[in-house]
Design a protein around this ligand. Structure first.
Ligand SMILES: Nc1ncnc2c1ncn2[C@@H]1O[C@H](COP(=O)(O)OP(=O)(O)OP(=O)(O)O)[C@@H](O)[C@H]1O
Ligand SMILES: [Mg+2]
Length: 303
């Protein structure tokens, strides 16, 4: 069973004392990556009324893969993705009341996405960031936010915060994005979009018009001084009637004032154009790419 499903399975069965212990481990792992068992025992027993149950609760956390040994010989305990997921799911449940959770939408390099149903917001997607799951070099090459923290827990949370910021900037703009509901820790709760990934459309479903719709979205992002940086056919959703395109997946966005923004913008536009051309769509992309780059340059100048 994967991490988030394992967390969901434990959400309602884990005793409150074990959750308190997990929260204590989380608070220390945010700073130190891991915590020595003796220190944990001391801190737990000092603050908890159920201090006799430390070993029982810790065993429960180990058995359910919510924590793991960072070093068995040094008795260093670390939080797992599953443990962090459980704490996030618990907060999301308190806020929105989760009714259904489970069907896995996507397992990406740096995130896992699940469909959920909550009583106060209806169907939604819960995105769990997993920065650090791929190799160090791969992530470092791709993500500027990687430098911001050292542990996977901090990096995943920072990625979620960065995506939350993107949603805040693009909210009330002309850019089509899923509705943003909430962030907790390394997870985002967003609207579920009915449709398909651009990458999954058949050649017969692709058109010049669709390409121009995507370019319009890029221009709308520019009006908000926003560059996506990872725009490709996997990060664009198309409604079933092909009338609306949605842009998703923003943790790596940069403001237009960023020194490399034009490079990223040009790369985003070329990625999209190459995709459409590869699929046999007739394009005069050079003109539209240059127009968009010139628009961006004007915006930079006017800052
Ligand atoms: N709001 C949504 N509604 C429906 N499907 C979604 C939604 N958000 C994402 N998806 C689906 O999940 C996939 C992965 O989502 P996303 O691009 O946000 O993360 P990711 O690709 O795993 O991230 P990374 O690029 O770091 O690997 C998308 O390609 C899309 O198919
Ligand atoms: Mg993606």
């Amino acid at each position: 069973m994967d991490e988030a499903l394992n967390a969901w399975t434990n959400l309602y069965t884990l005793p409150e004392g074990a959750v308190k212990l997990l929260l204590l481990i989380e608070s220390k792992c945010k700073i130190f990556d891991s915590i020595r068992k003796n220190t944990l025992k001391y801190l737990y027993e000092k603050h908890s009324r159920e201090n006799k149950k430390f070993e029982t609760f810790l065993n429960l956390l180990f058995e359910n893969r919510l924590v793991a040994w960072k070093s068995r010989s040094k008795e260093l305990i670390r939080l797992t993705f599953s443990g962090y997921d459980l704490l996030a799911l618990r907060s999301i449940d308190k806020k929105f009341s989760i009714i259904l959770f489970g069907s896995n939408i996507a397992k990406g390099k740096e995130s896992d996405l699940y469909a959920a149903e909550c009583s106060s917001i209806g169907s939604c997607v819960i995105k769990f960031f997993r920065v650090g799951r791929t190799s160090f070099r791969d992530v470092k090459r791709k993500r500027s936010f990687f430098k911001l923290g050292s542990s996977w827990l901090v990096r995943s949370t920072k990625a979620a915060i960065s995506e939350e910021k993107a949603y805040a900037i693009l909210k009330d703009s002309e850019v089509n994005v899923p509705k943003f509901f909430w962030r907790n820790r390394h997870t985002l709760v967003i609207e579920y979009i009915e449709g398909k990934r651009l990458s999954n459309l058949k050649e017969s479903e692709l058109s010049t018009d669709l390409f121009y719709q995507v370019v319009s979205q890029v221009n709308f992002m520019l009006k908000k001084k926003f560059v996506h940086v990872d725009l490709n056919s996997f990060n664009i959703l198309v409604s079933n009637d092909k009338k609306k395109v949605y842009i998703i997946d923003f943790p790596q966005w940069v403001p237009l004032g960023h020194p490399n923004s034009l490079f990223y913008l040009s790369r985003d536009l070329n990625n999209i154009a190459s995709f459409f051309k590869r699929k046999g769509v007739n394009l005069d992309e050079e003109k539209v790419i240059n127009e968009t780059l010139n628009f961006a340059k004007q915006l930079i100048k006017s800052e």
